[in-house]
Design a binder for this molecule. Structure first.
Ligand SMILES: NC(=O)c1ccc[n+]([C@@H]2O[C@H](COP(=O)([O-])OP(=O)(O)OC[C@H]3O[C@@H](n4cnc5c(N)ncnc54)[C@H](OP(=O)(O)O)[C@@H]3O)[C@@H](O)[C@H]2O)c1
Length: 326
């Protein structure tokens, strides 16, 4: 990555210009930086960044809900690692009064993903027992917050011992520490009958086990492939190819025979569905107002230190969200 200076045009009709104060970092940004993110394939050179917060600096014609000076947060299909962005009202919200810019930049992707996964894709029900992989990360923490708010029991799996208290605090009924405990034996001890839902963004390293630990009627939600990535900051083609072939292909006869469901999704492909983000965000903001969502741990990095933030994310040791402050 380079830090570059480039002029930003005035906002066009129906557009809003935001002076960015903070932007969220997502695991997807690593994939974008390495040139591996399918939705970014034809867009390079590209400014990464899927979420931001800041202050409205100008509005184009036809904008009535936002005014210069408003504190806002939003999502963008790339371009948020910047000091300013032009966006549209569908992708922008007023920042709640008691939120700072870091919280605003850390909120949308993790919670929209988690809510969409649990309620739209996974059809979460009262009494469902849910297993969440990478439970102390950005999406993982949001999933645990939402499961707790819905009174569901959850097993949160973490890859490093230091993350255990974070997953517990986020609301996991039980935490499985993969560094010190055998993952699936421990998961079986806690729920011998299996799980109603398992959320897996690791890919090859856990997918087969996740599928095997669904109850009849259980749902496996696949939404990422983090384990394919090298922790070195570079592409490791050998690992990518090895994990690609190691990724299980599921058998339709087995699926029907055991009443299990497998779903996959990526929010990035839902960006243009106008009402989609707004409906879910309305629910999330209402939950926040009712104090149902605890605060996400957020670590801030200076904008110029983006490389350190990416290195931290790639280490697999971070908890909660990382943000860049401009
Ligand atoms: N499909 C969608 O719409 C969507 C939207 C948002 C995020 N995602 C996916 O959800 C996952 C979580 O995203 P996030 O931004 O919240 O990240 P995160 O969970 O804060 O960080 C990624 C976590 O993945 C685990 N991991 C497993 N293998 C890894 C590896 N080789 N290198 C680094 N970390 C590895 C680590 O946790 P443990 O070791 O504790 O497991 C790490 O902390 C990612 O796979 C991301 O691509 C998908």
């Amino acid at each position: 990555m380079n830090i570059d200076e480039t002029p930003l045009q005035n906002p066009g009709p129906g557009e809003i210009q935001v002076e960015i104060k903070a932007c969220g970092i997502n695991f997807a940004d690593i994939s974008v930086r390495l040139g591996l993110y399918a939705a970014a394939r034809d867009l390079y050179p590209l400014c990464p960044g899927l979420e931001f917060s800041g202050i409205v600096s100008r509005t184009g014609t036809g904008i009535s809900d936002f005014n210069p000076g408003d504190r806002v947060f939003g999502v963008s299909r790339f371009g948020a690692y910047a000091t300013a962005i032009n966006t549209v009202p569908d992708h922008l919200w007023h920042l709640p009064q008691d939120w700072d810019f870091s919280r605003g930049a850390a909120f949308p992707v993790a919670y929209l993903t988690a809510y969409y996964a649990l309620h739209h894709v996974g059809h979460l029900k009262q009494g469902d027992k849910v297993l969440v992989h990478s439970a102390a990360g950005g999406v993982g923490t949001a999933l645990l917050h939402l499961l707790k708010a819905n009174d569901n029991l959850s097993a949160g799996v973490v890859g490093h011992h230091e993350k255990v208290p974070y997953a517990r605090k986020a609301g996991a009924s039980v935490v499985i520490d993969k560094e010190r405990q055998p993952l699936w034996e421990t998961a079986e001890q806690w729920s011998p009958e299996g799980y109603d839902m398992i959320l897996d963004a690791n890919g090859a390293s856990t997918l087969k086990g996740s599928y095997a630990h669904l109850k009849p009627g259980g749902r496996l939600l696949i939404y990422g492939f983090a384990s394919m990535f090298s922790r070195s900051g570079k592409k490791n083609y050998l690992k990518l190819i090895w994990y690609y072939f190691k990724t299980p292909r599921f058998n339709p006869f087995d699926l029907t025979g055991t009443n299990r469901t497998i779903s996959g999704f990526n929010l990035i492909y839902l960006f243009e569905k106008k009402s989609f983000f707004r409906e879910i965000m309305d629910v999330l903001l209402r939950m926040d107002k009712e104090n149902l969502l605890p605060e996400m741990p957020v670590k801030s990095y200076p904008f110029d230190d983006v490389a350190a933030a990416h290195k931290a994310m790639e280490s697999g040791k971070t908890v909660g969200k990382l943000v860049l402050r401009t």
